[in-house]
Design a protein around this ligand. Structure first.
Ligand code: UDP
Ligand code: MG
Length: 140
């Protein structure tokens, strides 16, 4: 399998509860390398552009407000099959469906406030990484 990069976000519900280190340990324990990382505060409009694909869904407004409700940690994870591996470590979108030991099973508060974002495909990952990072900020 090829070495890939994927975009991860530690969401405001998790940064508020001081879980950045515990979540990063899950990534590193799974063999994912954090090759870029920064803590930022999004505006609802910036969150809206990031989640544009969901703009027709009923939860879009709430999602954008939530993503702007506190700091997020945006990061690039690198490794063999990083996109799928990260999704595995994250667990299902709804924590009720997330497998034991996954980030969302352990830390998520609800289907909306579910602690982490991860890109869903290599093509999406490239677009999402470029939204937050310049090439100079990626140090593999
Ligand atoms: N979301 C929500 N309600 C839903 C489905 C999703 O609030 O019924 C939020 C949740 O924060 C989720 C994000 O919208 O992580 C993006 O949804 P997606 O289906 O892409 O899930 P993910 O890829 O994050 O697992
Ligand atoms: Mg998604």
């Amino acid at each position: 399998m090829a070495v890939e990069r994927t975009l991860s976000i530690i969401k405001p519900d998790a940064t508020k509860r001081n879980l950045t280190g515990k979540i990063n340990a899950k990534f590193e324990d799974a063999g994912l390398r954090i090759v870029a990382q920064k803590r930022i505060q999004l505006t609802p409009a910036q969150a809206g552009v990031f989640y544009e694909v969901h703009k027709e869904r009923p939860f879009y407004g709430e999602l954008c407000e939530f993503m702007a409700s506190g700091p997020v940690v945006v990061q690039v994870l690198e490794g063999e099959g990083a996109v799928a591996k990260n999704r595995e470590v994250m667990g299902a979108t709804n924590p009720k469906d997330a497998a034991p030991g996954t980030i969302r099973a352990e830390f998520a508060e609800s289907v909306g406030e579910n602690s982490v974002h991860g890109s869903d495909a290599a093509e999406t990952a490239a677009v999402e990484i470029a939204y937050f990072f310049s090439g100079l900020e990626l140090v593999g």
